[in-house]
Design a binder for this molecule. Structure first.
Ligand SMILES: O=C(O)C1=C[C@@H](OP(=O)(O)O)[C@@H](O)[C@H](O)C1
Ligand SMILES: C=C(OP(=O)(O)O)C(=O)O
Length: 409
């Protein structure tokens, strides 16, 4: 029975880095994710003058409630949307001139609703080329606080950034949200703010964040539930069994809900106190599923869908078109390359049952396209990737770990 040690959660590590930097005192992160996104986030903090001490298993951050320790900085956010959206927001609470840029992939991804909300709060934020895209400069002089309206229908990260900022403002924030996707990520944010001493309250569409700052703590990072989805899917399609310790009842991450989809399709799933186990039964039924809350696992499901006995339809995932690539189109194109029938609409994809044939998968520089179609490759000889290394964004060791699992299934 393979037991798989999954690296730490990207989302939790990014939030923990923000919270630790903003807190009063020294925070220790236990088992943070070490990958391009989170190394990039930590590096960004260093550029902003925070002290980040790193050993393989723990990172220590000296918090600065007053904001960055430097008056000027140039920060490169790489491919990480959490870095590119959270760090300018953190910088806004300090004093100085801070420029942020990102990779070509991240430069294409939007942030205008967050820009607008920050400007409404009095932040001097200017985009250099295209409004709502990197590169941008924040001329920071602290944030007073108050009420702000936000459309988070494209990304919950806009709301998370503002929630994280709230305790650093002088009077606190009331954020009125007109639309919201990926709700479980907001729940992660609120739970982690609580761990750092701040209680967010919610009154309908309004999130209320008190001023007063954060308290440093020691914080243990859960294994990444989106990463775990490839290993759970591997069990479901091969008839094997996979256990992921450290990700069970009480886990913060909504993406663990992917196992409920596998259960509906016919896998045996047990979510316990210590971890989660998925066992493939040899049966995989078609399913129609709304993945608005867990859209990072949409490519995982799309990539195993051909092995189901009926059509798999995934709905309400429009915002997967503004991730590392247009994931609906990327999944469709690659499934067609493998000889599978597929249709897409503005916010859905439907995949017919079939027997995929080997082909080169076009990754579009998207780690999730690689990791998802690696699962297809378990039952399809000849699946290869034009850029297998892009897994470094969240899981540099993916190919080694997945290869080891393959040998044990
Ligand atoms: O807040 C976060 O850590 C994340 C939120 C989600 O993004 P959206 O809110 O843009 O869907 C998710 O896709 C991303 O991988 C991480
Ligand atoms: C969408 C993703 O990342 P981010 O938005 O944090 O860059 C992801 O990891 O699938």
């Amino acid at each position: 029975m393979p037991v798989v040690a999954i690296p730490g959660s990207k989302s939790i590590t990014a939030r923990a880095l923000f919270l630790a930097a903003a807190a009063d005192g020294v925070t220790t992160l236990v088992r943070p994710l070490r990958s391009d996104d989170t190394e990039g986030f930590a590096e960004g903090l260093v550029r902003l003058g925070y002290r980040v001490g790193r050993t393989p298993d723990t990172w220590q951050i000296d918090g600065r409630p007053q904001g960055p320790a430097v008056a000027e900085a140039d920060v490169y956010c790489r491919d990480g949307a959490t870095t590119a959206r959270f760090l300018p927001t953190l910088a806004a609470a300090g004093h100085g001139t801070f420029r942020f840029d990102a990779s070509p992939q991240m430069r294409r991804r939007p942030l205008l609703p967050l820009t607008r909300a920050l400007r409404d709060l009095g932040v001097d934020l200017r985009h250099e080329e295209t409004d709502g895209h990197h590169p941008l400069t924040v001329r920071a002089s602290g944030v007073e606080g108050g009420e702000v309206v936000l459309d988070a229908g494209q990304s919950s990260q806009y709301l998370t950034a503002l929630l994280l900022l709230g305790p650093l403002t002088r009077t606190g924030l009331r954020i009125r949200v007109t639309d919201l996707v990926s709700v479980p990520y907001v729940e992660i944010t609120i739970a982690m703010m609580r761990a750092f001493g701040v209680e967010v309250t919610r009154d309908g569409d309004v999130f209320v964040v008190p001023p007063g700052g954060y308290r440093a703590t020691t914080y243990a990072v859960e294994p990444d539930a989106s990463t775990a989805s490839y290993f759970f899917a591997a069990a479901a399609v091969t008839g094997g069994e996979v256990t992921v310790p450290g990700l069970g009842e009480g886990a913060l991450q909504g993406d663990l809900g992917f196992v409920d989809v596998l259960r509906r399709m016919g896998a045996e799933v047990s979510v316990g106190v210590e971890g989660t186990t998925v066992r493939g039964t040899g049966e995989l039924h078609g399913v129609t599923v709304n993945m608005r809350d867990i859209s990072d696992t949409m490519p995982t499901l799309a990539a195993i869908a051909p092995f189901a006995s009926g059509p798999v339809r995934i709905e309400d995932v429009a915002n997967t078109r503004v991730k590392e690539c247009d994931r609906l189109d990327a999944c469709a194109e690659n499934l067609r390359r493998l000889g599978v029938s597929v249709e897409t609409g503005p916010d859905w994809i439907e995949i017919g049952p079939g027997a995929p044939v080997g082909a080169e998968v076009k990754t579009f520089g998207d780690h999730r396209i690689v990791m998802s179609f690696a699962v297809t490759g378990l039952r399809t000889p000849g699946v290869s990737f034009d850029d297998p290394g892009c897994v470094r964004k969240t899981f540099p060791g993916f190919h080694e770990e997945f290869g080891a699992l393959r040998a044990r299934l």
